[in-house]
Design a protein around this ligand. Structure first.
Ligand code: HPA
Length: 273
C-alpha cells in the first residue's frame, strides 16, 4: 500500500470541517485504557468509519473514534482505540492516524498500551515508561515506495522516546507517589499470546514487556520528528516457568484498575507542555 498527500489532506479537511482545529497533543489509548476520554471538555467526535481513508475499526472492545477537545486547557485529539496488525491491517493502515494527527498540527504524541511483563521484577498493575523498543513485527511502516515524500527514508532510532517528556513523567510520578518502572517494549504481531519458549527468548534479548502495538506508531512519529512518550500498563506476568492460561477479561480488568494512575500522569504532563 502507499499513502498519498492528497488522501491525507482529504482526511484532514474532513476533520477540520468538523472542528478539529489546531490540536497540540495527540493521545492514543490502549486496550482497557479508554477512560481519559471522560476528561475531555467540549468534545467533538469522529467515528473512524466516517473519516475518509481511515481503516475500519473491528475489535469489539475498541469503540473506534477520534475525539477532539480540551484537557487541562490544551487542545487534544484522542484516539479511543487503535488499529492492530492482528486485525488484518497492514503497517501503513495502522499508522495512518498518526500522519493525520500530525497534519492536523499536533506537536507531541502520548501513547498507552496494555502489555505483558517479561521482567519478572515488574508486576501486573505496574506502569512502565517505555525507554526503547524491539520491533519483532517483521516489517516497517516506512517500507513503502513514496516514503521520501513524507520524510527521510532512513530514520535513526537513537532516542525514539522523547527524553524531556520521559523526565517530566518520572518527576510527576515521584511527586504523586506513583511508582513507575522503566524498560524496553518488544512488539509482536499476535493475536496469539507467546509460547513459553518465546517468553524465554524475549527475556534473553532484553525485553521488559511485550505487546501487540505501539512500535509502528513510534516509528512513524520519529519519521515525522514528532516527540513521543509511551507507557505500558502491565496486565500480566509472563513467567515461562509458571505460565497461566491467557484471560483477556482479566487483562482488561487490570488495565482498568491501573488506568487512574496513567490518566494522572498524562494530565499532569499535558499541563506542563
Ligand atoms: N503478550 C503477553 N501478554 C500480554 C500481551 C502480549 O502481547 N499484551 C498484554 N498482555
Amino acid at each position: 500500500m502507499t499513502i498519498t498527500k492528497k488522501q491525507l489532506q482529504e482526511s484532514v479537511d474532513f476533520l477540520e470541517k468538523k472542528g478539529f482545529l489546531n490540536p497540540e497533543i495527540g493521545i492514543i489509548l490502549g486496550t482497557g485504557l479508554g477512560k481519559l476520554v471522560n476528561e475531555i471538555e467540549d468534545p467533538i467526535t469522529a467515528h473512524y468509519n466516517h473519516i475518509p481513508f481511515f481503516p475500519l475499526a473491528t475489535v469489539e472492545f475498541h469503540t473506534g473514534k477520534l475525539i477532539y477537545g480540551t484537557i487541562e486547557g490544551k487542545k487534544v485529539v484522542v484516539m479511543e482505540g487503535r488499529f492492530h496488525l492482528y486485525e488484518g491491517y497492514d503497517f501503513m493502515d495502522i499508522t495512518y492516524p498518526i500522519r493525520v494527527m500530525h497534519q492536523l498540527g499536533i506537536k507531541n504524541l502520548f501513547v498507552s498500551n496494555a502489555a505483558g511483563a517479561i521482567n519478572l521484577n515488574y508486576k501486573k498493575g505496574d506502569i512502565m515508561l517505555i525507554e526503547d523498543h524491539i520491533n519483532l513485527q517483521g516489517g516497517s511502516p516506512l517500507a513503502f515506495k513514496n516514503v521520501a515524500e513524507f520524510g527521510d527514508r532512513f530514520v535513526d532510532m537513537l532516542e525514539p522516546y522523547d527524553l524531556a517528556m520521559r523526565k517530566k513523567i518520572e518527576a510527576i510520578a515521584i511527586k504523586n507517589n506513583i511508582s513507575i518502572q522503566k524498560g524496553v517494549y518488544a512488539s509482536v504481531v499476535g493475536p496469539q499470546l507467546e509460547t513459553k519458549a518465546e517468553y524465554r527468548m524475549l527475556k534473553i534479548i532484553g525485553a521488559d514487556a511485550v505487546g501487540m502495538s505501539t512500535v509502528p506508531e513510534v516509528i512513524v512519529a520519529n519519521h515525522l520528528k514528532l516527540p513521543i512518550v509511551a507507557v505500558s500498563v502491565l496486565t500480566d506476568e509472563c513467567d515461562p516457568d509458571n505460565l497461566q492460561p491467557v484471560n483477556i477479561q482479566e487483562i482488561i480488568e487490570v488495565a482498568g484498575n491501573t488506568e487512574p494512575k496513567m490518566i494522572l500522569l498524562f494530565k499532569e504532563l499535558i499541563k506542563q507542555l
